[in-house]
Design a binder for this molecule. Structure first.
Ligand code: DGI
Ligand code: FE
Ligand code: FE
Length: 189
């Protein structure tokens, strides 16, 4: 691991909880693995995985302010469900605080929660790695989805979206249009 990455890890560790840090490390290494499998730059996958939840400990109000200050549009559904906002806020923090300017990495952070139609391979890898990293255990069908991730990443992506929508519909989570649009896109591939 390069010195830059080690510094990034040390800085991140101070900003999020220990379990969130362990999750982020899990996502970083899982994304790196998927990058090996699918022929993508490993360092980009590591950085995107490491930083994807860097805004997770921010208060909703602070996340909103950060988005407003940076002219990033916040939708009603994100205002009402601040759990969604850490993705956009995270991309801003990654740039401002962690000095990451690679737009492919920043986009992967922006879309890691809802996904988006026609994702880049890096976006898809971070989206999938977030769901399957080794510390995760609560979601249904994890064993199957973990296998699919290395066989057919489009299939794993669709499976995650299907299960996430099912989970949100069973609870009280309002579904972001982007989550539905992403589901529809991968369902029609
Ligand atoms: O930040 P993490 O917990 O690692 O993972 P994440 O960024 O994927 O966020 C997970 C949460 O986001 C999970 O509880 C489901 C929720 N989520 C995903 N899509 C939607 C959503 N929540 C709402 N309200 N609407 C969505 O469309
Ligand atoms: Fe997240
Ligand atoms: Fe995450």
């Amino acid at each position: 691991m390069s010195g830059d990455l080690i510094k990034l890890k040390e800085r991140l560790k101070k900003e999020i909880t220990e379990s969130r840090y362990e999750h982020s490390m899990g996502v970083a290494y899982t994304a790196a693995n998927l990058a090996m499998k699918y022929g993508l730059n490993i360092e980009k996958a590591l950085i995107a995985g490491l930083l994807h939840d860097c805004a997770k400990s921010m208060e909703p109000k602070k996340m909103l302010q950060l988005c407003e200050k940076n002219h990033v549009e916040v939708f009603e559904v994100e205002r009402k469900n601040p759990g969604l906002l850490h993705a956009k806020a995270g991309a801003i923090l990654a740039k401002e605080k962690y000095d990451i300017h690679d737009t492919e990495i920043l986009d992967a952070i922006t879309w890691h929660t809802t996904g988006k139609p026609n994702m880049t391979l890096l976006e898809m890898i971070v989206f999938v790695a977030d769901y399957i990293e080794p510390h995760r255990y609560k979601a249904m069908n994890l064993t199957e989805i973990r296998k699919e991730a290395y066989e057919d990443i489009n299939k794993a992506t669709l499976h995650i979206l299907k299960d996430t929508i099912k989970y949100l519909e069973a609870g009280k989570g309002e579904i972001d249009k982007m989550t539905y649009n992403t589901y529809q896109y991968y369902n029609n591939l």
